[in-house]
Design a binder for this molecule. Structure first.
Ligand code: FES
Ligand SMILES: [Fe+2]
Length: 391
């Protein structure tokens, strides 16, 4: 193989990940490092599937907005004067200029293009266009912002750039019922944004196993033992599994204790578990007895990703004078930093032409689910990057 060929995927490597779990091998190197495969992932996965932009409490009031970027696309999500959440391409209808730059903001009355000041309402309608009344036949009603599909699920706001995408509720029809958590009524306690030099799939895979926990997270074992995982499971667009809190521990904090009550309405089992879900392509949802943690992954390049975290709490807890989310935030911020460091280190290894995939441990079954979903979804573009070698 010549030097330039080391990003070609071998068919045999794809087949090795597809074998029954006990015999399968993890993904080979090219999907973690080849910019052509990355571009195909953006087109095939991120611009076709539903992407969670955050919990609806980030858009609590009229004028609140979010902006997210993926590939060449950028989407604005607004809460309008009528209370509705809508999404639009971040693209002016005059000559295409990018409209908003910040990932989030409040108090937006309208969206004004910095180029010639065409101005849009929060519902996307064009409300002002200087001098355009001089243009014969120009009707503002024809030049509203281009909509992006937007739906909510359990209080989370999702967008899809694909006008033909199946409804979100249908995509997640086989997802376990979470209504007892009342996630839509939770409030935002904290957010954190990270940027790391690692492929988005390494972050998903790292989230899917606790085999790395004894080596990387000394604070975790005293609260939830790394072998306490229950059966892992998968659906069409997700995988996941629960882990048990150690006896005497009420939640995931440094001490395993907190002054917050569990979320009302949970089953007795929920009080003993942390339930982890990866909703493809990059929405990580972690349900604790007293809070919900989310990570949304926004790939920038084959070897760079932005990750946004939200910590969500019950309104009863947030109303208390002594409400303090820092026990949950500090625990997971430390865990995140440890995870990002090991993901960046993994990226340095898998980018090498010397990387040969080993084997999965039994604790890594959800990674096998994720990797096989990835190979199924990316089959066509990946085969274009294959060398045709079957050996
Ligand atoms: S490009 Fe936006 S107003 Fe001209
Ligand atoms: Fe970890």
């Amino acid at each position: 193989m010549s030097e330039s060929d080391h990003n070609l995927l071998r068919r045999a490597d794809i087949e090795a990940t597809r074998r029954p779990f006990a015999e399968a091998r993890p993904l080979a190197g090219p999907p973690y490092r080849d910019p052509r495969i990355f571009a195909a992932e953006v087109e095939t996965l991120f611009l076709k599937m539903w992407l969670c932009v955050g919990h609806q409490s980030l858009l609590g009031s009229s004028g609140d907005y979010l902006m997210r970027e993926i590939g060449d696309e950028s989407v604005i999500v607004t809460r309008g004067d009528d209370g509705s959440i809508r999404a639009f391409y971040n693209v002016c209808r005059h000559r295409g200029t990018r409209l908003l730059d910040d990932a989030a903001g409040t108090g937006l009355n309208c969206i004004r293009c910095p180029y010639h000041s065409w101005t849009y309402g929060l519902d996307g309608s064009l409300i002002a266009a200087p001098l355009m009344d001089e243009v014969e036949g120009f009707d503002k009603a024809d030049y509203g912002l281009t909509p992006v599909r937007c739906e909510t699920w359990n209080g989370f706001v999702f967008v899809s750039f694909d006008p033909d995408a199946a409804a979100l509720s249908g995509c997640l029809a086989d997802f376990p019922d979470l209504s007892r958590f009342g996630i839509e009524r939770l409030g935002l306690g904290a957010t954190h944004e990270y940027e790391l030099a690692a492929n988005w799939k390494l972050v998903c895979e790292n989230y899917g196993e606790c085999y790395h926990c004894p080596t990387n997270h000394p604070q975790l074992n005293p609260v939830s033992h790394y072998r306490s995982g229950g059966d892992s499971f998968q659906g069409e667009y997700f995988c996941g599994g629960p882990m048990r809190l150690n006896d005497g521990c009420a939640t995931m904090t440094m001490s395993g204790q907190t002054n917050r009550e569990p979320i009302k309405g949970l089953d007795p089992d929920d009080l003993r578990l942390v339930q982890y879900f990866n909703i493809y392509p990059g929405f990580l949802l972690s349900l604790h007895p007293d809070y919900v943690l989310t990570h949304t992954i926004w790939p920038l390049a084959a070897d760079r990703s932005v990750i946004r975290c939200e910590w969500l709490f019950a309104p009863e807890a947030m109303e208390r004078d002594d409400f303090d989310p820092s026990d949950a935030v500090d625990f997971w911020h430390l865990t995140n930093e440890q995870d990002w460091a090991i993901c960046e280190r993994a990226q340095k290894g898998v980018r090498s032409r010397g990387y040969r995939p080993g084997r999965y441990h039994g604790l890594e079954e959800t990674i096998y689910f994720f990797d096989n979903w990835y190979l199924r979804s990316m089959e066509t573009p990946l085969l274009r990057n294959c060398d045709g070698d079957s050996g």
